[in-house]
Design a protein. Sequence first.
Length: 197
Amino acid sequence: MRKIIVLSMITLDGVMQGMGGPTEDPSNNFAYGGWSAPYDDEVLRETMPKWMKSSDLLLGRKTFEIFSSVWPQREAVWPGINDVTKYVVSSTMKEGDWKNSVFLEDVEAIKKLKNSEGSDLQVWGSSNLVQTLFKHDLVDELWLQIHPLTLGTGKKLFGEGTSPAAYTVIESTTTPSGVIVVTYKRAGDVKTGTVGV
């Protein structure tokens, strides 16, 4: 069985939209594109090779369109990106020009893929897809970069319909610019109790 790993750069209030630049995703008049740039530092850059390891990708349509317009020409920055399989979940898009792209239509196809043999599946961006994965409890790990700012608007990592779930911290570090880089692993059901008893 493959693990589904959600990798996301988020704000303290969970916004994941347009972190890379002003034109990355301006949908819904999002005015803060490129919000992560001021926090880029050497420690943060040192974490990226692990995040960009050669692994199959599971992407939503919009992220696939953004990635396929950029990464085929920039493999030196992300080695192996053109060789891994890009699984794209879309009800409207059935094919694309980026090599090794496979199109899936629904949750059942995702579950079948998760239960197949192969590398872990990394989910980048893809806010709508991520909401679906959380709703159906299909996320095994979260790799997050939590930036010290709030935006109050924009697409968020967690939304309505997220299933209750417990996670364990596997590793974490804080960069000089204040970004918390943390890896969470799914850890069963939510437990409750009374504080101080």
